[in-house]
Design a protein. Structure first.
Length: 438
């Protein structure tokens, strides 16, 4: 893929109605994109079904939710949750009596990890065990989902699984250096990718963020055929990230945050959707803009891609609601700091000679560099410091709006999707927000 394929118009839902079924393939946790899509499904009157990743017991064995956990999760979702543990990835899986990948990572230290060699035969066996476990659980969960959906209904599957970082303390220390380290603490992201640790993590990212979409498509084939044979329609969506076009000097330009190690898995996710599309399955990956989430907080500089949405809102029409958002954002800054000056700082950052080489779509995801990290983390910290309260940021307010807009855009586009991979850039997000709030 040599350039992005942006969504260019807002489409209204023309398929899903009251009594149709929305299946969230991934557990709903805290901040994240899924909330916006669920809200759109609820507004259409759809019945909501969700799944759980399960929990770990005191011996780290995977278990279903307890009755109390199950009730709490269903209340939070506003629907039925299938209580079959769908924990993706293989970092905690192993053949009986052998170490799992997390055990192997925990043998590393901050000083030795780059040279530490893993037992790849064991890793392969662990991956086989983990994939088999997940596919078996998906089959069990899908049988229960199938039983809940009557003939004649339309079904919307929303894949939200992502991640795959091993639960190892040493990796968190490494991640802080790779994604946020400056000066003496800087660590090249390519050093991680080239190491055995990095190769393991990339495999686990694939299993969690990408291959689970393929397993969903495969496991739901029987359900899909039944629904379609009775005149119903089935759609699949997934959340991608592959950079975003934002307003830079009054022109929408593609940019990304660097380094995004999960980008390799997100590209695989796109390829799975493309292969399904070629088979006549309406599966679409929506590459969404940057927002602050529990997972994205591992990176520094998210607001440098998000704050330009304020300029896009003005460019796409403005109005009273947009003025209110500007005022709300201005109120979050310290006295004497203008929102216009923050936007100028971000605009200058995006055009800085240090940053422009990273706006290379075909080379994505690119490794970081010492100068780039210094510029990104430094500018990010400078902007955060301009806020009255570091726990109440402009990026938090804008993230909420992006979640709502992307949910509405995805839900509407899924009726008759234009392609297997689409980008939701700041122009269409701004247009959706203005349309929804005018």
């Amino acid at each position: 893929m040599k350039e992005s394929n942006p969504l260019t118009s807002i489409r209204e839902n023309s398929v899903f109605n009251e009594g149709d079924v929305f299946v969230l393939f991934g557990e709903l946790f805290g901040r994240g994109y899924a909330t916006g899509l669920i809200n759109a499904a609820k507004a259409a009157g759809m019945t909501i079904i969700g799944v759980t990743v399960g929990r770990r017991d005191e011996n780290n064995a995977l278990r279903p939710l307890t009755a109390e956990e199950h009730a709490e999760a269903e209340a939070g979702l506003g629907g039925t949750i299938i209580n079959v543990p769908l924990m993706a990835g293989f970092d905690m899986d192993a053949p009986e009596g052998e170490k799992n990948p997390t055990d192997l990572v925990n043998e590393m230290s901050i000083d030795t990890w780059q040279d530490h060699k893993l037992d790849w035969d064991l890793i392969d066996r662990c991956r086989t065990v983990g994939v088999a476990r997940f596919k078996s659980a998906v089959a069990e969960a899908m049988a229960q989902i199938d039983a809940l959906i009557p003939d004649g209904k339309n079904v919307f599957f929303a894949h939200t699984m992502a991640g795959g970082i091993p639960r190892a303390k040493v990796f968190m220390a490494i991640a802080n250096r790779v994604y946020k380290g400056r000066g003496k603490r800087y660590m090249p992201s390519q050093a991680l990718v080239d190491s055995d640790l990095g190769k393991l993590i990339l495999q686990n990212f694939d299993e969690v963020s990408a291959n689970t979409f393929g397993h969903l498509l495969e496991a739901s084939e029987g359900l899909r055929q039944r629904i379609e044979s009775h005149g119903g329609q089935v759609r699949y969506t997934a959340y991608g990230y592959h950079g975003t076009r934002v307003l830079i000097d009054d022109t929408y330009r593609w940019q990304t945050y660097t380094n995004y190690t999960q980008g390799y898995a997100k590209k695989r996710l796109e390829s799975i959707a493309t292969e399904a599309w070629e088979k006549g399955i309406k599966a679409t990956v929506f590459n969404c803009p940057e927002i602050r989430t529990n997972s994205s907080d591992v990176f520094a500089g998210i607001e440098l891609s998000l704050v330009p949405l304020l300029s896009a809102l003005q460019k796409e029409g403005g109005g009273a609601w947009v003025d209110a958002q500007w005022s709300a954002c201005q109120a979050l800054l310290k006295e004497g700091v203008s929102l216009a000056s923050v936007l100028q700082t971000v605009n200058d950052y995006q055009q800085d000679p240090v940053m422009t080489p990273f706006a290379n779509f075909e080379a994505w995801p690119m490794p970081n560099s010492a100068d780039q990290v210094e510029k990104t983390v430094g500018t990010s910290q400078d902007i955060v410091a301009l806020h009255e309260d570091r726990k109440a940021l402009i990026s938090d307010l804008l993230s909420t709006h992006v979640v709502n807009a992307t949910g509405q855009l995805m839900f509407g586009e899924a009726s008759a999707p234009a392609a297997p991979v689409l980008w939701l850039d700041h122009d269409i997000v701004a247009q959706q927000l203005i349309a929804a709030n005018s």
